[in-house]
Design a protein around this ligand. Structure first.
Ligand SMILES: NC(=O)c1ccc[n+]([C@@H]2O[C@H](COP(=O)([O-])OP(=O)(O)OC[C@H]3O[C@@H](n4cnc5c(N)ncnc54)[C@H](O)[C@@H]3O)[C@@H](O)[C@H]2O)c1
Length: 435
């Protein structure tokens, strides 16, 4: 691919976020504050990282926007949907992630971000009870209404392109149903038949985004775009998709730490991860059906890094457990504990303990920015379907499970995929092997 094959990032970029809660308002406030020079977008790869291009005497380390045309922070125009009617300023204050002194300088801009009515079904998040909800005849009508929102947003703001990002609550677990989720025709038929069990509201957002020419990113562990019918739609509309579930705290540590064990050929007998958090996300995840979705996502990380079939002496039958506990006093400040039982020379056991006192939304906000800017880049580069190079940012990377594809969870392999994709879109060769 040559650099000229990528359309330039001209005009404004609309970023429509599903959910205007802790993550989204932290993301928006940070972008608006950074634009004014009042905060730094720390943790964002697109704003800080430098990638080597060229080799030997010709090698240079360049930022992403020096390699390929990227939208700038100034280009972003925000929109959102939420079940609750509070604007982005009110919601940022309520979420108590950021101090008022870090929100007030952009109060006017945040107040203008008023959520559109949500496409919502109470059965998908029983702990939520907001009034800002669309009245829909059926799932097809729900999709049509979201499409209209996107078209109106484009018209009203004059944005050139739109990306839709899901940063709303985790829905209850929707298992893949082969009769519904396997083809686009079956998915559309189920939407028209108002099959509420198999068609989650998030699927309506994704369908609407892709149909309106917007990339769709799934930041929660929901099934949504992780089905062949949506892959088909993204190919048909030529749009990129990525998911699932922002890789922020414990799983980031896991996908970065497990390679230490694997690379040194140490054994693993168990990995117990538990954490406490008290924000609305924690409240929703306190519901067993919603936690199930998260658990499936979190558990998938180790299996492809420490593989029993490849090293039976080291990784057969290790016990892997993940717990999330709702604990209101901590609000957004999640505390995670990992207890790792490993064994070494002649099987002698050892333990590693990791205690991560993190801030959930502070870790997620830069990922939102990177996923949005990079999926816009991917669309301009004509890349469609599952964007595997975005796995770096995601807990449960999408992959074609119908062909038994094994997802890459290893953080440093994912980083190579990210770097090679940027290089290729910038007209350089992808020159690192994913070992
Ligand atoms: N912060 C992290 O570290 C992290 C990591 C991975 C994934 N996530 C996921 O990101 C999502 C957002 O997290 P948060 O802390 O901001 O949660 P939050 O509860 O503060 O915000 C979510 C918002 O989504 C809204 N919502 C729910 N269903 C909706 C729908 N159908 N349409 C429109 N709005 C809807 C809710 O009303 C709420 O305001 C969660 O699914 C969470 O699991 C967060």
């Amino acid at each position: 691919m040559s650099k000229n094959d990528v359309k330039k990032a001209e005009g404004k970029l609309g970023v429509m976020v599903v959910g205007l809660g802790a993550v989204t308002t932290t993301f928006m406030t940070g972008v608006l504050m950074a634009r004014k020079g009042l905060a730094k977008p720390v943790g964002s790869m697109t704003q800080y990282d430098k990638i080597r291009v060229g080799k030997g005497a010709d090698k240079k380390y360049l930022k992403y926007d020096e390699i390929v045309s990227m939208a700038k922070l100034d280009d972003i125009v925000f929109g959102a949907w939420d079940v609750y009617p509070e604007n982005a300023y009110e919601s940022a204050i309520n979420c108590e992630v950021l101090k008022e002194k870090d929100i007030n300088p952009v109060k006017d801009e945040l107040e203008k971000i008023v959520p559109l009515k949500a496409a919502f079904d109470h059965n998908y998040a029983k702990r939520l009870d907001g009034s800002n909800v669309k009245v829909c005849k059926d799932r097809w009508d729900m999709t049509e209404q979201i499409r209209e929102d996107i078209r109106n947003f484009k018209k009203e703001t004059g944005v050139n392109r739109v990306v839709v990002l899901w940063a709303a609550s985790t829905e209850v677990y929707v298992p893949v149903n082969e009769n519904v989720h396997n083809t686009l025709a079956n998915l559309e038929a189920a939407m028209k038949a108002d099959d509420k069990e198999n068609i989650a509201p998030s699927m309506c957002y994704a369908y609407a985004a892709l149909s309106e020419g917007a990339p769709f990113i799934m930041g929660a562990p929901n099934t949504t775009v992780d089905i062949p019918a949506m892959w088909e739609l993204s190919e048909k509309t030529g749009m990129p998709i990525a998911g699932k579930d922002f890789k922020t705290g414990q799983t980031l540590v896991k996908s970065g730490f497990a390679p230490i064990i694997g690379t040194r050929c140490l054994g693993l007998s168990g990995w117990f991860s538990t954490n406490i958090l008290g924000n609305r996300d924690g409240l929703v995840l306190d519901e067993p059906a919603n936690f199930r979705t998260k658990e499936v996502s979190k558990l998938s990380t180790l299996e492809s890094i420490l593989v029993p079939e490849e090293q039976p002496d080291l990784y057969t039958n290790y016990y892997h457990k993940v717990r999330i506990n709702y604990y209101p006093p901590r609000n957004d400040n999640k505390e995670g504990w990992d207890n790792i039982d490993i064994f070494g020379w002649m099987g002698y056991p050892m333990q590693i303990k990791i205690n991560f006192l993190c801030r959930d939304s502070i870790l997620a906000a830069p990922l939102c920015l990177d996923l949005v800017l990079l999926s816009d880049l991917a669309a301009r580069a004509g890349r469609h379907g599952i964007q595997r190079f975005l796995s770096f940012f995601l807990k449960s990377p999408m992959h074609d499970y119908t062909k038994n594809e094994v997802p890459v969870n290893h953080l440093f392999q994912q980083y190579v995929m990210l770097k090679n994709a940027i290089r290729e879109m910038g007209g350089y060769e992808g020159d690192e092997e994913i070992d």
